[in-house]
Design a protein around this ligand. Structure first.
Ligand SMILES: *Cc1c(COP(=O)(O)O)cnc(C)c1O
Length: 457
């Protein structure tokens, strides 16, 4: 053993050898080499192995140097997969982000006067045009928008909310905790399934600061249910001089008719909430709106101004890259060019169109030796805590081989990782969420796996 230990290469020698095989930076090659020698030494001491594979060390070095956060292909069919970064941006939005990212910008400069401007000015007109609101501002995400709205309108005041709307979304957005953060005093009314206008009326007191309505984004209540409409709440609020705030959640900007035409269960829109008389409306930028992570507040001038001027705004304000992406995404809606919003495009795709994409891809795989592919019907979902009941008919490429779990793992280890799902002993790649830009990478991943995975035994 002592002999074999003595034969292990010196660290500098291994670094020199691996450097010939690898373009990874020197620190990564050095770290991978040291780890490989340590591992070989431990193996020898345990009485086995001890060989060092130079190519494996080069692969480890490349992995150490690769960015941790990187592009993956979403083949899950979940359009807004929170673990996969929710909404992908459209090409025009990406161009705008690059433009603003690589140079200086007029983020807080009024170019006409040369005076200091506001970062919220860049989006106000678009947001007001698209929602019918008087004013608008933007923060980091919708959780922040709700915290800010509550803090600005109802800090240390009572906020009346239905027991049927005390939601938890995405694990950490829990309404009672959001209240605690923003120092609004939660006053629950009604029951889980039924809340009436008289429940709100009965809870109104001089200490009431706000009437709050929250969209049940990620669950449905069916059977015997009653809820109070935004219109009814707004009428009550106006009569009692108490503002009304609505968290509509997903930021769906296409109207109910268009949603029905796409075969979707209808999601409330910010424009409807404004038209119904809400004073302040909060929604996400990266759910059904299809833009960057952002939270948007629109509403009456006085209410939005209170939010914009609140000291919390400084901690929650969005950065220039998110603003650039959001402006471009909103402009696509304003210009009726929904093809520039990938989320809208994916929602609108017909099963027939997805089927022909799947068939074209399978044909492009060419001869495979171990994987068996097929095109099979499946169901896509919206995800991201939106439209929990929506089932979108779709088509998937299914892959069978040795073990489905091994194929799935190999796809995730591909040069551009492909994330599918495993069911019924096969891997499903739902083609609804595979974009045109993704197709070449999917073909490359399948071909490389076909060579690497052992044949079915
Ligand atoms: C998703 C959601 C939130 C949280 O939004 P984020 O953008 O994820 O912070 C808050 N309220 C409702 C109703 C939602 O659907």
């Amino acid at each position: 053993m002592t002999d074999r230990l003595a034969q292990l290469p010196a660290v500098h020698a291994l670094i020199a050898e691996v450097s010939k095989l690898s373009t990874a930076p020197r620190w990564a090659i050095a770290l991978a080499s040291r780890r490989a020698i340590d591992a070989a030494r431990s193996e020898l001491r345990a009485g086995s192995g001890g060989a060092i594979d130079r190519d494996a060390v080069a692969r480890v070095a490349a992995g150490l140097a690769a960015p941790s956060l990187r592009r993956v292909i979403n083949a899950t069919g979940v359009i807004l997969h929170t673990n996969l970064g929710r909404a992908p941006l459209g090409a025009k939005a990406v161009t705008e982000v690059i433009e603003v990212a690589r140079s200086y910008s007029n983020l807080e400069l009024d170019l006409a006067t040369g005076e200091r401007g506001s970062r919220h000015d860049h989006l106000r007109t678009l947001l007001c045009d698209l929602t019918g609101a008087e004013d608008a501002c933007v923060v980091n995400n919708n959780a922040a928008a709700v915290v800010l709205g509550l803090a600005a309108l109802a800090s240390d005041r009572e906020v009346i909310v239905s027991r049927g709307e005390l939601v938890e979304i995405g694990g950490s957005f829990r309404l009672p905790e959001i209240f605690a953060l923003s120092r609004g005093v939660m006053v629950e009314v009604g029951t889980t399934n039924k809340t009436h206008l008289r429940d709100y009326e009965g809870a109104l007191r001089p200490a009431t600061g706000l009437l709050l309505k929250v969209h049940r984004s990620n669950f449905a209540v069916v059977g015997f249910t009653t809820e109070v409409s935004i219109e009814q709440l707004a009428t009550l609020g106006r009569a009692k001089n108490v503002p009304v705030m609505v968290d509509v959640g997903s930021g769906m900007l296409v109207d109910a008719n268009q949603q029905r035409a796409w075969g979707l269960p209808v999601e409330p829109t910010p424009a409807e909430a404004i038209a119904a008389g809400a004073d302040l409306v909060a929604f996400s930028g990266d759910k059904l709106l299809g833009g960057p992570q952002a939270g948007i507040l629109v509403g009456r001038k006085a209410a939005v101004e209170q939010a914009r001027k609140h000291p919390l705004m400084r901690a929650l304000r969005p950065d220039k890259l998110a603003l650039a992406a959001l402006t471009a995404t909103l402009a696509a809606y304003r210009n009726d060019s929904l093809e520039d919003v990938p989320v809208a495009h994916m929602l609108a795709l017909s099963a027939a169109a997805i089927r022909s994409t799947a068939e074209r891809l399978v044909a492009a795989f060419g001869e495979l030796t171990t994987l068996v592919t097929a095109v099979e019907p499946c169901i896509s979902t919206v995800g991201g805590g939106a439209m929990p009941t929506a089932e979108l008919p779709s088509f998937a490429i299914t892959l069978r081989g040795s073990k489905a779990g091994a194929i799935d793992a190999a796809l995730r280890a591909a040069a551009i990782p492909v994330v599918g799902r495993v069911a019924d002993n096969r891997v499903w790649l739902d083609c609804r969420t595979i974009s045109l830009d993704d197709q070449a990478a999917v073909i490359a991943a399948i071909r490389s796996i076909d060579r690497a995975i052992p044949p079915r035994g």
